[in-house]
Design a protein around this ligand. Structure first.
Ligand code: AMP
Length: 387
């Protein structure tokens, strides 16, 4: 992958694909990590005499949609960058946008409107690629969180302009690469979240490489049911029971499942709660979090780990009552000494921030889906386009 140093950017208009897909509630940005994560690249380009034209998606709009405008992002970027940012509200590939960019000078920053307002973005439409490429003299991909998408602004434009990977993209690929190339043992992976189906490929790809895989969250119940356990109303996927069974047989002792569960009698923060053995949950109860014995077992499995990757919450952590397992694991991972720890995926990243110990993690990825696809062994389309 070519890096920024390989590009001559002085006096050039550099089109930078960033990932500013941040959570926004009533116009307020709830977490600006992805905005601050782009600053090293933006500042590098500015200090090397470029003008910077940023582009990003936000959410999943179908065409132009007021709810998904990047205006609040531009305001926040201005704040953290400490420089004016010209927000261009017209559609990214329009004549108005090209006009608004005409006089941009070295040292100036502009932010285009949501690239998904363009119908061709997700189709990697050649005409859109050409229109976007015409806005710049060079292209930089720094949107690690979108690098697994073969979209116009991610991989399409790269083929039409001199290009390079940004500082964040490079750091992410390097940090996650350490998990697949010669990770130091003991290597423990913690996987949680709702469904096995979403993470099956990464589970299959990592199992041969890890010493232990701790499986929590909703996906654990498919494994428990596959071994004949009674899981009550807990979330599970019958279509994946055979796969779960095969993996348990293929890697005996490697997969660690929760032995007890904090169950609720409703899917609510007001539910009554009770702890049951994970394989003996009564019909009217639903497993909502890993139980106290499982927290202990997962914690001792993590003790002495030298490499750790964590993706996905241990329970329905959005409800405070069922966040105990996720928060406990966040604390254990943060407090490991001498371990290389990586967390990917929005929910586990929020948990580590809530725990106040994010600074103790070796690498917190800005990309959930992208980090999983890298660990599945795939080459991300955005990265491939920079070859
Ligand atoms: P993912 O995006 O796959 O990491 O899944 C995250 C979601 O999994 C969160 O919204 C959690 O509420 C949900 N989740 C975790 N544990 C459970 C559970 N035991 N039952 C239902 N949903 C769960």
């Amino acid at each position: 992958m070519k890096n920024l140093e390989s590009l001559n950017v002085a006096g050039k208009r550099v089109l930078v694909r960033v990932d500013y897909n941040v959570p926004i509630e009533n116009g307020v940005i709830e977490d600006d990590t992805r905005i601050t994560a782009s600053l090293p690249t933006v500042n590098y380009l500015l200090s090397h005499g470029a003008s910077v034209i940023l582009m990003s998606h936000l959410g999943r709009p179908k065409g132009v949609d007021e709810k998904f405008r990047l205006e609040p992002v531009a305001a926040q970027l201005e704040k953290v960058l400490g420089k004016p940012v010209k927000y261009i509200a017209s559609k990214p590939a329009s004549l108005e946008t090209a006009k608004a960019l005409e006089g941009i000078k070295p040292g100036e920053v502009a932010l285009l409107e949501n690239v998904r307002f363009e119908a061709g973005e997700e189709k990697n439409d050649p005409e859109l690629n050409r229109s976007l490429a015409a806005l710049g003299d060079a292209f930089v991909l720094d949107a690690f969180g979108s690098a697994h998408r073969a979209h116009s602004s991610v991989s399409g434009v790269a083929g039409l302009l001199p290009h390079a990977g940004g500082i964040l993209l490079e750091a992410e690929v390097k940090a996650l690469g350490k998990l697949t190339e010669h990770p130091v043992a003991p290597y423990i992976v913690i996987i949680g979240g709702a469904k096995v189906s979403d993470k099956l490929k990464v589970i299959e790809n990592l199992l041969p490489k890890v010493d232990r895989m701790l499986i929590g969250g909703g996906m654990a119940y498919t494994f428990v049911k596959a071994t004949g356990g009674k899981i009550g109303k807990s979330i599970h996927e019958d279509d994946y029971m055979d796969t779960a069974k095969r993996l348990l047989e293929q890697y005996p002792g490697k997969i660690v499942l929760p032995t007890d569960t904090l169950a609720g009698d409703a899917f609510s923060n007001d539910a009554n709660t009770k702890v049951f053995a994970t394989n003996d949950i009564p019909d009217d109860w639903e497993g909502m979090d890993i139980g106290p014995d499982s927290i202990k077992a997962f914690s001792s499995a993590l003790a002495g780990a030298k490499t750790v990757f964590w993706n996905g919450p241990m329970g329905v952590f959005e409800f405070e009552k069922f966040a105990t397992g996720t928060n406990a694991i966040a604390k254990v991972v943060a407090e490991l000494t001498g371990a290389y720890t990586v967390i990917g995926g929005g929910d586990s990243v929020s948990a580590i921030h809530q725990s106040g110990q994010a600074d103790k993690i070796s690498h917190i990825s800005t990309g959930g889906g992208a980090s999983l696809e890298l660990l599945e062994g795939k080459i991300l389309p955005g990265v491939a386009a920079l070859d």
